[in-house]
Design a binder for this molecule. Structure first.
Ligand code: NAD
Ligand code: DAU
Length: 347
């Protein structure tokens, strides 16, 4: 492993991975390849701008000729694919881009990677491929039951990775992470959206009863899980990366408000997300057996995260303009209005 193409690393988790890899492995060259969609942001990578073993190239993972050119230009031997459309609500509004990137894009990366003679391909995937988990914990061999267009597109990408391993003998590994949070997360996801709205004393649109369960994983722990799977994972295998920290949404938001010193009356129960999965939960013994250990507990990681958004308003205020505001209106205007009408005293 020497020249690593990290795709989608101008986004939230990919940029944390790139920042970590550049510093931890000075003998690797880290080439970030990203289309810079609404979710991609070069500010996320500015910390490593001056590092000699880091390069940035802009492009689409589904653009075959461009991908081929980049693989040749940097003599790439390893691909770690973070590139995706990643937000469930956007996949409900318009799934086209999800099929383009999460399915077709993964296929193009695999196909060009194989032709180029890639030695290792890691696909970053999600616990959402297992679907709603009423009881117990998903293990890597469980069947896929994706419920949103996002989850279905990620499952499609994964199946293509599996096919290239079985059919062509490609050295592939898949990781399935749980709900990740931390600095530099685009403020459309629950925590960064609610932290930044709460800072401005605006209503927090909690879907339904807020009793959905997610398994919260700090971004730096997700990154080390991917590192361990990349270096030690068995070819053809998948590895769950879990926070082992199940929380109801409403409890996460109350803890966040407490840290900010803001009132719970900001919480507004709004009409639910369509097809909303009630619970995700995974077993991650398989990754632990490779030597992975989480470093953060939830209260500590939540406090770090809240503090980061308080300290870095420059980062999120620049994002919360233009297209972001149009999306926000489309996603929330009717929901917030309906909540007001139904329950004038809704908190
Ligand atoms: P993100 O939305 O913050 O970033 C996605 C990045 O991919 C952006 O930089 C975007 O510009 C880039 N991108 C999108 N389409 C592209 C294309 N066609 N070609 C090249 N680049 C493209 O996402 P994230 O939250 O950092 O998630 C990263 C990966 O981790 C995704 O594959 C996601 O499915 C997976 N994942 C996320 C979570 C989570 O909680 N955020 C949990 C588990 C797995
Ligand atoms: O589980 C891993 C997945 O986690 C990743 O694969 C996805 O890329 C990532 O976006 C995330 O998906 P979720 O749908 O779980 O995350 P989100 O932050 O959108 O929502 C978390 C929970 O909070 C979910 O139950 C929906 C709820 N929610 C979310 C938003 C944005 C609200 O109640 N109100 C909101 O406005």
């Amino acid at each position: 492993m020497k020249n690593i193409l990290v795709t989608g690393a101008a986004g939230f988790i990919g940029s944390a991975f790139a920042r970590y890899m550049v510093k931890k492995y000075p003998h690797y060259n880290i080439i970030v390849y990203d289309k810079l969609t609404y979710a991609g942001n070069l500010n996320n990578l500015s910390e490593i701008d001056d590092e000699g073993n880091y390069r940035f190239e802009r492009g689409d993972i589904a653009a075959r000729d461009v991908v081929r050119g980049i693989l040749q230009k940097y003599d790439i031997d390893t691909i770690v694919n973070f590139a995706a459309e990643s937000h469930v609500d956007r996949s409900i509004l318009n799934p086209d881009a999800f099929i383009h990137t999460d399915v077709v894009g993964v296929y193009i990366l695999l196909d060009e990677g194989r032709k180029h003679g890639i030695e290792r391909f890691l696909q970053v995937s999600t616990d959402e491929v297992y679907g709603d988990v009423e009881t117990g914990y998903s293990t890597e061999d469980d069947r896929f039951l994706p419920n949103s267009p996002y989850a279905a597109s990620k499952a499609g990408g994964e199946l293509m990775v599996r096919a290239y391993h079985v059919t062509h003998g490609m050295n592939t590994v898949i990781t399935r992470g749980s709900n990740t949070f931390g600095p530099y997360q685009y403020p459309e996801k629950l925590l960064p959206l609610f932290i930044t709205e709460a800072i401005d004393n605006r209503p927090l649109p909690l879907y339904g009863d807020g009793m959905q369960v997610r398994d919260w994983l700090y971004v730096d722990d997700h990154v080390t899980g991917i590192d361990v799977a990349l270096h030690h994972g068995v070819a053809g295998e998948a590895y769950n990366i879990a926070g082992e920290n199940e929380q109801h949404n409403i409890d996460v938001i109350k803890a966040m408000l407490k840290l900010l010193g803001k009132p719970e009356t900001l919480i507004k129960h709004v009409p639910d997300r369509e097809g909303h999965d009630r619970r995700y939960a995974m077993n991650c013994d398989k990754l632990r057996a490779l030597g992975w250990q989480r470093q953060y507990d939830f209260p500590q990681a939540l406090a770090l995260t809240v503090q980061w958004y308080q300290d870095n308003e420059w980062w999120w205020r620049e994002i919360k303009t233009g297209e972001y505001l149009e999306y926000f209106k489309r996603q929330y205007a009717d929901r917030l209005a309906a909540a007001d009408q139904d329950q004038p005293n809704n908190h």
